[in-house]
Design a protein around this ligand. Sequence first.
Ligand code: FDA
Length: 308
Amino acid sequence: MDATLLARRAILSLFLNPTVAGAAQRYGMKLGALRFIAGAERADAIAAVRRLNEKGIAATLDYLGESVTRPEEAEATVREYVELLGDIHRAGVDSNVSIKLTAMGLAIDADLALAGARRLVQEAARLGNFVRIDMEDTPWTDATLRIYRTLRAEGLDNVGVVIQAYLYRSEKDLEDLAALGANVRLCKGAYKEPPDRAFPDKAQVDANYLKLAARRLRSGLYTGFATHDERAIAFVKEEARRLGLGRDRFEFQMLYGIRGDLQEQLVREGYRVRVYVPYGTQWYPYFVRRLAERPANVAFVLRNILRG
Ligand code: FDA
């Protein structure tokens, strides 16, 4: 495994260790989480989306939370998203929503998560909106794809899924999804995965991203290219141009607080850009994944701690 991915794994292991996580969470958002998170409340999230929209950038809103263990928590997640879809509609902002199935009870019962996702996709359809199902770590890949397929088989089309280029299986998954005409977000993948499931070298992940991106562009199916990697972005632009693919057939997606300059530049060049905007109090695991993606971010956390 190469040094970048080793550093990433070390950060994920250290910061997700229950003792460190407990201490860090007590410290609160002072750690610097507000760089990546819009705030604790729905109103904070809508305000952040409005600011992005003013720059010509669309959003996808994520109510932070994952791995719930009690059905009441799953139900609370679904209720929050129903309210959120209503607020997006009332505010007239340009945003869809991103959901995590483990926040809707996938670890308790797949049918519970399916029922929650169905309710949200139906509510989004009623309001002319769209739901993206985020992809979590590999214990949930099959179940997530199954739920996506079930929703589509029920005739719900305003739903999309995510494929992670770091997994060996993704090429085949992408092929199967193309047969369904699926709307896919393509990302590299943010979790700690063993080398028998995910490419152990960052260069291999990067290369697979380009390979899968090329497949998606050739298919002409709508794709969200979720990356801040300038090489991958240049590749997508060039391939789309070569294929004569309209700029309305894909979008670039980035995370809130990361590469705002690049987001604005792409808008100026006439590309569609969507930013993933998380909010809520369950910010810690999301924050740790952002640290792991760029070990230099850990220095930024330490500076915040020293500043008190
Ligand atoms: P890479 O890691 O190669 O980074 C390229 C450059 O981007 C870096 O050099 C740096 O400049 C900048 N950068 C990247 N991460 C940064 C950070 N945390 N802080 C500061 N700068 C950073 N993953 C997943 O497993 N399931 C999912 O559903 C999603 N969903 C998702 C949605 C959207 C809109 C995005 C943008 C990303 C995701 N991801 C995700 C996360 C994704 O898998 C991946 O971990 C990150 O996007 C980082 O990878 P890059 O493609 O940016 O490349």
